[in-house]
Design a protein around this ligand. Structure first.
Ligand code: BGN
Length: 372
């Protein structure tokens, strides 16, 4: 009996050991499966395997020059620029949440830029030259770090496609070097009514916010190209005037309170002053009104120095339906009373079409313009 039990004991221990090993294997497999499922659900593993180079890797021309240029002819029927099959397959970027913040001073800035307008680009050549990996709608975010700056570039627009080509040709690479998380919004005033730059800015603010959680807005004329990439298209503690040294004004401020051309305001700053006035139809004064809104709300203006704040303006004739409006200067005497009653809080417009191109988001809007 004893012998039997003594013999039986090693057998049972063996069985026990085998069972333990088996149980350990089962537990390990369950843990592995759970870990895999978790990472798959949360995009950080997917990110590592997914091709995040969106846009058109080879920068294939999309459609013919004629097709694309026709799109910009306001008289032709509004249509989306044809896309190559590669552009169509662009998917949203999944960024790893483990990326560190981008440095405050971006590492790849080059300083002064050579800006020339004598080359006549077609949309296809601009597309080929702008080789940065953009998502549809002229959107970009750095892959190497988490940008601190979510910036919408708002460009009021009508019939200026030559200018837009030049601007985007220089602007995209510069904004990429500045490591911004940005999008470009071209706000086109539909129809032939009197132009209203400030109202288009307000529309751009409202529409860009529907697209993404932007915290900063750069309002830019279409004909102003920055000449130095150290001029940051980001927001500061105070509203910022960026175009301080334009060639047209001999690289000087035309007057001390000038706030026109290119400016940057945080979402909060913009809302505090109730945005731009909507009441300035035709040329002149709306930027001065914004300056006054800022000052009347107890803020001041910040500016880059006259070297980094250099701009080249693309020469052009005065636009049709944007003549200087003799009624505008008088409005400036009433900014204090009007600023809370006219602005982003009273904005009304109708979006007629939104077109997402690789280089920009084009928003065609009816802003109820009077006929001149
Ligand atoms: C000013 C315009 C600005 C314009 C600058 C630079 C007015 C208001 C009446 C005094 N202001 O004269 O809107 O940005 O010139 O061109 O017209």
């Amino acid at each position: 009996m004893l012998l039997g039990s003594l013999r039986a004991a090693p057998g049972a221990a063996n069985m026990q050991r085998k069972f333990n090993t088996f149980a350990l294997l089962v537990i390990a497999s369950v843990v592995c499966v759970a870990v895999l499922l978790h990472f798959n659900k949360n995009s950080s593993l997917t990110y590592l395997t997914e091709n995040i180079f969106l846009g058109n890797k080879k920068d294939q021309p999309s459609g013919t020059d004629k097709d694309v240029d026709q799109f910009w002819d306001i008289n032709s029927k509004f249509q989306k620029a044809p896309e190559s099959s590669e552009e169509k397959t662009a998917k949203p970027v999944h960024r790893s949440t483990t990326l560190g913040p981008c440095p405050d001073t971006p590492p790849n800035l080059v300083g002064p830029l050579r800006v020339e307008f004598h080359l006549s680009h077609t949309w296809n050549t601009v597309r080929k030259e702008v080789t940065v990996p953009l998502q549809d709608g002229g959107r970009y975010m750095p892959r190497e770090c988490l940008s601190e700056h979510k910036v919408a570039i708002i460009i009021p627009y009508r019939n200026r496609h030559e200018h837009l080509k030049h601007l985007l040709f220089y602007l995209h690479p510069m904004l990429v070097r500045q490591q911004l998380d940005y999008g470009i919004y071209v706000i086109n005033q539909d129809g032939e009514g009197v132009f209203n730059r400030a109202k288009l800015m307000n529309v751009g603010f409202a529409e860009a916010l529907k697209d993404y959680d932007y915290e900063c807005f750069v309002f830019s004329d279409v004909d102003l190209v920055p000449m130095d990439d150290r001029n940051f298209y980001r927001c500061f503690e105070s509203p910022r005037h960026l175009s301080v040294a334009i060639d047209k004004f001999n690289f000087q401020l035309p007057y001390n309170t000038y706030f026109g051309g290119v400016s940057a305001m945080s979402k909060q700053q913009f809302l505090t002053v109730n945005g731009f006035p909507n009441a300035y139809w035709g040329w002149g004064g709306e930027d001065d009104d914004m300056y006054k809104r800022i000052i009347f709300h107890g803020m001041s203006i910040s500016r880059p120095d006259h070297i980094t704040g250099k701009y080249r303006m693309i020469k052009h004739e005065r636009d049709k339906h944007n003549e200087a409006n003799p009624k505008n200067p008088d409005k400036l005497f009433h900014t204090r009373e009007t600023m809370d009653k006219d602005g982003i809080n009273t904005l009304n417009y109708t979006v007629k079409e939104i077109v997402k191109d690789r280089l920009y988001t084009f928003i065609n809007v009816d802003i109820k313009a009077p006929i001149s």
